[in-house]
Design a protein around this ligand. Structure first.
Ligand SMILES: [Zn+2]
Ligand SMILES: [Zn+2]
Length: 446
């Protein structure tokens, strides 16, 4: 009888590329996470104000250089020449393919930290006016810097999985919304490769660490700062008939401006007009010559912004004319260009594609479609008025038990910019690096 020889053929089943990429991203993050948490704590204890990010940018540049990136420091030219640009641009070229820019903002805020953690900031520094103030990473830009460092290292380690040109930027002066513009003015898109896609993240006090949230389309509003000087004809407080009182005209103007949103703007176009500051006069019995109103205007659409600005001027001039002021004492309206930020628009298709990829990496239940805000930031500057498809997402940063306790008690958690804003380093940083690396790999994969 012939012996039956059983031959077992083992066929190696290769893992599909997506699974392979994910396991290598996870392994790379596992290797780096302890160091990233240490880096975050170091940065948190050493915050620097907008326009003064010298040590932070030097540290970031050295890190990125050590991973093999070509790094340029001090990128940024402000309108106000007294400020130095501390932007960092790091480039890793990896053959032909798309150019993707990842942005992290690096500045901190004039806030005195009240968190009881060993790495709490005790830093004091001089602000733009020369006053000494406490400084804190109260907006969590230290989470952003650390996530960028982690993404940089993982992308450098996984070079065999992607192609194209990766541009990482450390952007100064986000809180004063002039840093992105300063980097563009200093040749961000002419001296360095102009991106096909722009990606960024911001930590959030509204979501748990481990989660990501995103808003397709308009995600944040444009912000326009306006100074409105209401001029009058001053005189003695006992003799109003000999004056034109700018305090009364300013009061009427503030109320009249409320009709812009309620009566002139379409309810389908979200917009805000806030008079946040009113200053005039020195003494009870003096009618002053002028009163200064300071306003912030928020819109999504540029045409709505333009229409509101025109309405503010028309109404202010009309109220002054009604009070009997001559043309040469009409109100003066000044738009403070250096403080303006465009709206932040996430390309809807790109948003869904990248959110889907991030969902595969961190679990679809951890990716939440969220609502837009009327808050502003200058990330929108980098997509050149919607010309470059971009995606900006929220990175949950709160301990889950804190979110649960806040929901139970109805007491809101300290928000961004609070002296008590306290991100949970792990798993916020792990999720930040994983989500950002996944998004970038999705755009640059072979
Ligand atoms: Zn902020
Ligand atoms: Zn911020």
């Amino acid at each position: 009888m012939k012996r039956l020889v059983l031959i077992v053929i083992v066929i190696a089943i290769p893992l599909c590329p997506g699974v392979r990429a994910q396991s290598s991203v996870d392994a790379a993050i596992d290797r780096e996470i302890a160091q990233l948490v240490a880096t975050y704590k170091m940065l948190h204890a050493a915050p620097e104000l907008s326009h003064y990010e010298e040590k932070t940018s030097t540290f970031l540049a050295a890190q990125l250089r050590s991973f093999g990136y070509t790094v340029t420091e001090r990128v940024g030219k402000y309108d106000r020449p007294q400020f130095n640009g501390y932007g960092v641009v790091a480039i890793l070229k990896n053959g032909a393919g798309p150019t993707v820019l990842v942005r992290a903002d690096i500045d901190a805020l004039p806030v005195e930290e009240r968190n009881d953690v060993p790495y709490a900031s005790k830093v004091k520094a001089k602000n733009d006016s020369g006053q000494e103030v406490s400084v804190m990473h109260a907006c969590g830009h230290d989470i952003h810097i650390t996530s960028l460092i982690g993404t940089a290292k993982v992308m450098a380690a996984l070079k065999d999985q992607w192609h194209g040109t990766l541009v990482l930027i450390g952007q100064p002066a986000e809180e004063t919304v002039d840093g992105a513009r300063a980097m563009l003015a200093d040749g961000l898109y002419t001296r360095f490769p102009k991106p096909d896609f722009v990606v960024g993240l911001h930590d959030s006090a509204d979501y748990e660490a481990g989660q990501v949230a995103y808003v397709p389309g308009y995600a944040m509003a444009s912000s326009t700062s306006v100074d409105l000087t209401i001029r009058g004809l001053g005189g003695h407080g006992s003799k109003p008939e000999a004056t034109k009182d700018p305090v009364v005209i300013a009061a009427q103007t503030v109320l009249a401006l409320q009709t812009i949103i309620s009566r002139e703007n379409s309810p389908l176009d979200p917009a805000v007009v806030t008079v946040g500051s009113i200053h005039g006069g020195a003494k009870r019995n003096i009618i002053p010559d002028e009163v200064l109103l300071q306003l912030t205007i928020r819109t999504y659409k540029e045409e709505v912004r333009q229409r509101i600005l025109a309405s503010i001027e028309r109404i202010a001039r009309g109220v002054a004319a009604a009070a009997g002021l001559p043309d040469d004492r009409a109100p003066i309206m000044k738009v403070i260009e250096s403080e303006n930020a465009p709206s932040l628009y996430n390309d809807p298709q790109l948003s869904e594609k990248l959110a889907n990829a991030i969902g595969k990496a961190i679990g679809p239940a951890n990716v939440i479609k969220s609502n837009p805000l009327m808050a502003s930031e200058d990330f929108g500057v980098l997509n050149l008025d919607h010309q470059i498809p971009s995606f900006y997402f929220w990175l949950g940063a709160m301990a889950p038990e804190k979110i649960a306790a806040s929901r139970k008690s109805g007491k809101p958690l300290p928000s961004l910019h609070s002296s008590l804003f306290e991100p949970l380093p792990e798993p916020t940083l792990r999720t930040g690096v994983k989500a950002m690396t996944t998004a970038v790999l999705e755009l640059m994969k072979k």
